[in-house]
Design a protein around this ligand. Sequence first.
Ligand code: MG
Length: 223
Amino acid sequence: MSDDMRATYLRVLEYLSTELPDDDVFSWILRETDARGIPRIQISPVQGRFLHLLAQLLGAHDILEIGTLGGFSGVWLARALTPGGRLITLEANPKHAALARETFQRAGVDDRVDLLVGSAHDTLAHLSLDRPLDMVFIDADKGSNWEYLQWARAHTRSGGIVVIDNVLVNGHVASPHPPGWFARTIADFNRRVFARYADATTIIPFFRPEEDMLDGMMIVRVS
Ligand code: MG
């Protein structure tokens, strides 16, 4: 991206955050994330708003998130639920889960969030749901994306969606020989999804100025 284009993009982000200001809870999460030495790998505000709107469009009552981190995306999702709705969110790291628990209280959504701590593989193997999910957000150990997607498809209603974060790896996935394990893993995952669900999937690119990289979210509609 040229410097001009980057400056323009930053101006647009500034414009959006001014015109559509976020709740203070999000800046609190970022401060606590830094203070507790937790990696700053949460989604961006623009992406949070995007997930929020997707959930609203679905009329989502039941959402599952894999990878809670500090609760940034979880607040956006929980606030989009229809009345009486639930967000189940899975986190492997107790330190991250402790921050997320405080986040959900602070955001006033702890009454509709179930935060389950432990390996997502174990939790999913034993999770019993009262009804099919409307939406699943996958943002955890990237090598498990395909397994999580298959679980999600089996537990999501027809017309629901699965969203998978971090699927562009700064554009490296588009290379014929993606450099490094991470880019190769994601490129393989994307190829499998495109081959199997071509009619029901796309990737929305997002530029992440904090990391100066192009990232993306995949959306897969469940039929
Ligand atoms: Mg992510």
